[in-house]
Design a protein around this ligand. Structure first.
Ligand SMILES: Cc1ncc(COP(=O)(O)O)c(C=O)c1O
Length: 288
C-alpha cells in the first residue's frame, strides 16, 4: 500500500528487475495450441487465463511485462523464489559439464545431496532414496512399509492428498481427486483431527485424542490387527492447511507402532523449511 494525497492505493514495492521483451506466440495462440494438443484435464485458472513467461524471485511477469506477486510459489513448491541467481548459476555450471548421469556409475553429487539431507534430519534418519515426484515417493514408501513389516494394511487420514498414481490416489481422501479406477488396496481412512470440521466434541486436544483413537478402531475392525503403516501430511495442504492439536501426531504414531506399523510423513508441502521453525513438518509435532 502506498499513501498518495491522503488516499491509500494498492501498488507493488519497487524492484530492480527488468523483464526481457517477450517475442513468443500470443496468449490466444498458446491457448489454441494447448486446447488442440494437450489433454483436457490440464486446465488453467480463470475465464481469461494468465500467461506467465518470466519469473524473478517473488515476482512473475506476463507476456506484456506486467508484474505479479507470486503468492502461490508455483504450486507451493518454489521455496527459494523464481530464477534465484545463486541456484541459476550453479545449475548452469552443472548443465555445461554433465547433464545426465545414472546411478550405476558414481558421481559425487548424489551421495553429497543425501548427506546434506541427512544433516537436516533427526538422528537415525540418514538414508535417502531419490525419486522425481510426490506420488512416486508415497507409492515407494507404502511398498517399503509392506515389505519391511510383512503386513499389508495402511491407514491414511481423511481429507488428505497424496498424489494421483494408483496407490497414492487410494491414500488420497478427496472425492475431487479420485477417479473410477482401482486405487491401491487395503487402505483405510481415519478421522481427520482438524478441530473445525470434526464429528467429535471437545477441546482441540480432546478431538485430537479421539481422532487418534479412531486409528485403533480402524485397526481393530478393518485389519488383521497388525498394519504395514500410517501416512499423514503433518499439515494437510490440498485439504485446506489444516492440522490437529499438537498431541495428535504423537498419539497416532504410538498407536500405529503398537500394531507393528511404520509412520510415514508426507512432506511434499510441509518439508524444506516451509513451516518456518523446523526443516520438516513432522518436527512441529515433536515426533520422529
Ligand atoms: C502433500 C502432497 N503429497 C503428494 C503430492 C503429489 O506430488 P506429485 O504431484 O509430485 O506427484 C502432492 C502434490 O501436490 C501433495 O501436496
Amino acid at each position: 500500500m502506498v499513501e498518495m494525497t491522503g488516499q491509500m492505493i494498492r501498488s507493488m514495492p519497487p524492484t530492480d528487475h527488468v523483464p526481457q521483451p517477450y517475442s513468443g506466440p500470443s496468449l490466444e495462440d498458446v491457448l489454441a495450441t494447448r486446447k488442440h494438443y494437450c489433454h483436457p484435464s490440464v486446465f488453467a485458472y480463470y475465464k481469461e487465463p494468465l500467461m506467465i513467461v518470466e519469473g524473478y524471485m517473488q515476482y512473475l511477469y506476463d507476456e506484456s511485462g506486467r508484474r505479479y506477486l507470486d503468492m502461490l510459489a508455483g504450486i507451493v513448491t518454489v521455496s527459494c523464489g523464481h530464477c534465484h541467481p545463486k541456484i541459476l548459476e550453479r545449475t548452469q555450471r552443472q548443465l555445461e559439464k554433465l547433464q545426465h548421469a545414472t546411478t550405476i556409475y558414481l558421481h559425487p553429487n548424489l551421495p553429497l545431496f543425501a548427506k546434506n539431507l541427512a544433516s537436516k534430519m533427526p538422528p537415525g534418519l540418514d538414508v535417502t532414496y531419490f525419486v522425481s515426484s510426490g506420488s512416486e515417493a508415497n507409492e515407494l514408501a507404502i511398498n517399503m512399509a509392506r515389505v519391511f513389516t510383512g503386513n499389508t494394511d495402511i491407514i491414511a487420514v481423511r481429507n488428505s492428498y497424496h498424489g494421483m498414481s494408483s496407490t497414492s490416489m487410494g491414500l488420497t481422501s478427496h472425492h475431487t481427486w479420485k477417479h473410477v479406477i482401482p486405487q491401491g488396496y487395503r487402505i483405510h481412512h481415519a478421522i481427520c483431527p482438524d478441530p473445525y470440521r470434526n464429528p467429535f466434541d471437545g477441546s482441540p486436544q480432546e478431538i485430537a485424542h479421539k481422532s487418534a483413537e479412531d486409528i485403533r478402531e480402524l485397526i481393530k475392525f478393518s485389519t488383521p490387527g497388525q498394519i504395514a503403516g500410517y501416512i499423514a501430511e503433518p499439515i494437510q495442504g490440498v485439504g485446506g492447511a489444516t492440522h490437529g492439536a499438537p498431541n495428535y501426531l504423537g498419539e497416532a504414531y504410538a498407536i500405529v507402532r503398537e500394531h507393528g506399523g511404520l509412520c510415514i510423513a508426507d512432506e511434499v508441502q510441509t518439508g524444506f523449511g516451509r513451516t518456518g521453525n523446523h526443516y520438516w513438518g513432522f518436527q512441529n509435532f515433536d515426533v520422529v
